[in-house]
Design a protein around this ligand. Sequence first.
Ligand code: SAH
Length: 357
Amino acid sequence: MPSPYDMTREEVAALLEDEPPYRARQVWEGLHTRVRRPEEMTELPAGLRGRLAEAMPPALTEQTRQRADDGETTKWLWTLHDGARIETVLMRYTDRVTVCVSTQAGCAMACQFCATGQAGFGRQLSQGEIVEQVAVAMRAAEPRRLSNVVFMGMGEPLANYDRVWAAVERLHAEMGLSARHLTLSTVGIVPGIRRLAAETLPVNLAVSLHAANDELRDELVPINRRYPLADLAAACAEYVTASGRRLSIEWALIDGVNDRERDAAELAAFARPLGAHVNLIPLNPTPGYAVVGSPPARVRLFRDLLGARRVNATIRVTRGVEIDAACGQLAAGAAHRAGSTDAPAEPVRLPRVLPAR
Ligand code: SAH
């Protein structure tokens, strides 16, 4: 059992067979509502606390914890039982507290500009390893209430569908997080989006688009070759109809690559029929992709170009840049973690195929 949060209620109760019946509920609520480790459940007799602590060790061992943005952002690097490493980021805003969780150790999607994609795939995370990240963040957020969970850390959530969905259900049923405060972010795995559309919990869906013509998207986001834009748009439409949720489109603005007027026009043509909201993120630098993010004026212009085409777009304020906790920078255990001084001097690598301008 990798994490206590992999255990079912029955499995927890089975550990407490010789105890009065109310103990099982106490421990279950201790784990999920008060998010405490068994050894901290002072309502339990000391002997029992010790026994439970041994029977359900945590999955996450803290390797490092870093703070940024005047303490408003916390990033953890965790080691799992088999040595795999993942990261979790907690972001405190005035109106909400959001945790960004990993769903896989590494990622197989190989998006060019993403540090996790550059590092490759490790393994799937279990349901409990995902939920435990939320539990730790909930605890760290106190006295504030953790309000939002975004599945936007390392990994592709829809390539680990069953475990991710089990985690979603646990967060919803046991930890008081409503579906509209949960957001799954996907590179665009079409069968996964269709499965989501058939679920009864209407979570938010974000699609990492980054290019709205197949030629460029094939380059930036290789899974596009399997699930091209027309199929993706159809699956998104199905999700919007089934869930009643507004779709989000993520667009990392890359200087000279996807930030021109033509890109805005293509994006608008994709987003408008879906009624989607666009999140613009200036590309964060990663060691394996030397193309830079669009300058601020270009980002604002791009937003205005979308606005002129009646597409709502907001510019995402990036958190955690200085501790490599920003979008796409998570790459636990990678050698380049040490920073730019250790990074090999690589030539600027532009996507091989650039659309004709
Ligand atoms: N695999 C999922 C979720 C993890 S990635 C997905 O693709 O959506 C989370 C978000 O960060 C995605 O929108 C991804 O495209 C974006 N991202 C990756 N690398 C980035 C970078 N270097 N700068 C800005 N955003 C990046």
